[in-house]
Design a protein around this ligand. Structure first.
Ligand code: CU
Length: 107
């Protein structure tokens, strides 16, 4: 019985991991994305974590894959993206468009 319970406890997190979508991280520093080019799998739902290390808010935005979400200073957000067809998709920081530019490459 005890052995069964332990096995069951270990089985639960495995199920959670199996259903989780791949996550990619973008960091904002000095109003720039890092990396500026992010390669992601095509035809796959993904999650993008955006960490804002600046002392001002930013808005993670893309017209190409239709997302728009505020990232407060020194905090992070997570957004689901895709599945995207193979190709290039631009994203930017709406509050600092002169410097905060990047591209997702789905392949
Ligand atoms: Cu916006």
């Amino acid at each position: 019985m005890k052995r069964f319970l332990i096995a069951a406890l270990f089985a639960l997190p495995l199920v959670a991991i199996a259903t989780e979508v791949p996550m990619f991280t973008l960091t904002i520093k000095d109003h720039r994305y890092q990396p500026t080019t992010l390669k992601v799998p095509a035809d796959t739902k993904i999650k993008i974590k955006v960490i804002n290390n600046d002392s001002t808010p930013e808005e993670f935005e893309s017209s190409d894959f239709s997302r728009e979400k505020i990232v407060m200073p020194n905090s992070s957000i997570e957004v689901f993206v895709g599945p995207l067809k193979a190709g290039e998709y631009k994203f930017f920081g709406d509050f600092h468009q002169d410097t905060a530019q990047g591209v997702l490459i789905a392949e």
